[in-house]
Design a binder for this molecule. Structure first.
Ligand code: YH5
Length: 278
């Protein structure tokens, strides 16, 4: 199995990898000024790397249902200082954005991955990525963040989600983005009911048996609360349980808030299921 290409980094395909979530929205870190926020964000990223994260995912736009829209200029001013500092510290950086101009700014700073909940559908995004070596995570979403959870409808959610992702991957390859740097993500919670999320989780092999590595993000999401009764701040155990279900069904990368507990769980999984190398 060849390694996954992530800018100048190579991540091993022979074991599950972990992406640590770093939100840089104003509510995430204290607003003791612009630099204080950046310093705290960088410290949190370094902590996640020490805990075993393979890459850090920096996000400056909240895409939770009901969140207020952010201008591209504002999003760039939130993420660029953090991306710049992490690149300087040789930490592999992903940026969670759907906007071409944000991608342009962070790729120039040396970001190693773009994580796009809109699967490069914004005009100019495909050709921009083709000019870099950065990896791209193509995610499925039905609707728009503000309204996507109102009444999501599918004929067959599993086949529709994976057909969309394979179509986007094909377009990405035709645009000059090599297969060894494309990841697919079914987009848990993005225009999906509890039943849709469960159907996708139950049948993850539909995606993981294909030609591309699969990333999932279920950490702390509402559907885990609906299944357990746990509130937003109390979903660590459900999140780790869901992560293990996912890797057992062939998922390669996990996007998580709680890096240390996830990596501990993965050590058990890897001791049983992995080789002795990696
Ligand atoms: C994802 O799945 N998700 S942002 C609501 C929560 C907790 C967490 C109500 N970006 C994904 O993390 N990128 C986000 O509790 C993502 N895959 C990829 N590739 C939403 C989020 C969250 C929302």
């Amino acid at each position: 199995m060849t390694d996954f290409q992530c800018g100048s980094y190579r991540l091993p395909r022979g074991r599950p990898c972990v992406m640590g979530i770093l939100n840089v929205t104003p509510d995430s870190f204290s607003d003791g000024g612009h630099h204080a926020g950046t310093d705290q964000a960088v410290a949190h990223a370094e902590q996640m790397i020490l805990e075993g994260a393979d890459i850090v995912d920096v996000g400056g736009e909240s895409t939770r249902p009901g969140a207020l829209p952010v201008s591209v200029v504002e999003e760039i001013s939130r993420v660029v200082p953090v991306v710049r500092a992490l690149v300087r510290k040789n930490i592999p950086v992903s940026v969670d954005t759907r906007h071409r101009d944000v991608m342009d700014a962070v790729l120039q700073e040396g970001a190693s991955m773009i994580n796009d909940i809109q699967a490069l559908q914004e005009p100019g995004a495909l050709s921009l990525l083709a000019g870099y070596e950065a990896a791209i995570c193509l995610m499925h979403m039905q609707g728009e963040p503000g309204t996507m959870q109102r009444n999501p409808l599918y004929g067959d959610v599993v086949s529709e989600v994976w057909a969309f992702l394979h179509a986007r991957a094909r377009i990405a390859e035709q645009s000059g983005i090599g297969r060894s740097r494309i990841l697919l993500d079914p987009g848990f919670g993005f225009g999906k009911t509890l039943d849709h999320n469960l159907a996708l989780l139950r049948t993850l092999e539909t995606g993981t048996r294909g030609d591309y590595p699969v990333l999932v993000g279920m950490s702390r999401k509402s559907f885990l609360g609906h299944l357990t009764g746990q509130g937003t701040g109390d979903r660590l155990v459900p999140s780790v349980a869901a992560a293990l279900v996912a890797v057992s069904r062939g998922v390669w990368m996990l996007r998580v808030h709680d890096v240390a507990p996830t990596c501990q769980a993965l050590k058990i999984w890897q001791a049983v299921n992995g080789g002795t190398d990696s």
